[in-house]
Write a protein that binds this ligand. Sequence first.
Ligand SMILES: [Zn+2]
Length: 91
Amino acid sequence: MTAEEAISVIETISKIQDEYFISEIMDTWYKEIVVDFHDALAMAVDALKKQIPVKPILCDDEDLTCPTCGADVDWKYYCEKCGQKIDHEEE
Ligand SMILES: [Zn+2]
């Protein structure tokens, strides 16, 4: 399973649970657990998105920067600041 596929599965399940559970269990004791679960899923999606390579941004015609956080990523495969995977392949 790729990171993109995992994100799609998590977001689909999360959306179904949002629509069904959150409205049904508003006053039940486990609402807090379900809300925490959704927060945890959102964190997992954020981490998975950083595994999908993205092209660096060329600044001032010389520096390559991370498109996620703006840190310098000259020829690094991962951003040292935020962990974003960087794609340096020429197209
Ligand atoms: Zn970064």
